[in-house]
Unconditional design. Sequence first.
Length: 251
Amino acid sequence: MLLTGASGELGGALALEFAREGAFLSLWGRDATRLSLIAAACSAAGATGTQVRSLDLADTDAAIAALVLDDGATPFDVAMFASGLGDIRAAGDLVESATQVARLGVVNFVSPAALATELAARMAARRHGHIVLIGSAAAFHALPFATAYAASKAGLARFAEALRINVAPHGVKVTLVSPGFIDTAAARQVPGPKPLAISADVAAARIVRAAARGKAHLVTPWPFALLRVVDRILPRPLRDRLLRALSPPGR
Ligand SMILES: NC(=O)c1ccc[n+]([C@@H]2O[C@H](COP(=O)([O-])OP(=O)(O)OC[C@H]3O[C@@H](n4cnc5c(N)ncnc54)[C@H](OP(=O)(O)O)[C@@H]3O)[C@@H](O)[C@H]2O)c1
């Protein structure tokens, strides 16, 4: 399997979920040390083979070239795109930094969508495969303090759904995962309360279970699915006020 974001907390937990006899794991991320550690943990947990690849998804063309190389060598049956950058507007700033908005767009949407597209075509030719894209419940809400994060994940969500419909007749499954809060170091860096936060291990187990069932969309924990409906039906002026009120102090 291919796992991007394997050096992260959710990614590490996902890698261990897949580490069993017969499994070959291609672990992608940037931090080479953390990738080696997680590869060693996967081998100790029983994975038959691991490979690590340290690369920056900000370079989409290089990432596509790496995918073509790795999938050509050992065709992937499952790919989980768990990489992602979270960011919110800096305290005192009116809007997010333009450079960071561009970076989030590429890392959270452009590169995973491009990689999933390339892989979907290759899996369709083999008439078998499963692509799992880790989005966010933030995709359902126009968060004024995290415009680029919410938008990049919204783009990914729409992409996942469109790709799923596109390739399903060719034997390729696509699952979108929209987590609420996951209690990771990255999430803890973002100020503000994190209601209903779940651990990376719990999130990983739920994701793997949903993927095994071939679910089109997993929202976890479930109250975030309810919030999505509420966001849709609220009158706009009220929704705008509520979303503004959600901004962490000083943002
Ligand atoms: N934590 C939450 O509350 C939460 C909620 C909803 C959705 N999610 C999503 O879940 C996923 C994992 O989140 P996490 O909390 O586990 O965060 P994390 O620990 O920071 O993991 C993020 C992963 O993405 C990789 N990554 C970031 N920028 C990259 C880049 N430019 N090129 C290549 N890889 C890059 C990181 O690699 P390096 O560390 O090696 O740089 C790391 O492996 C993300 O997609 C996130 O948006 C998280």
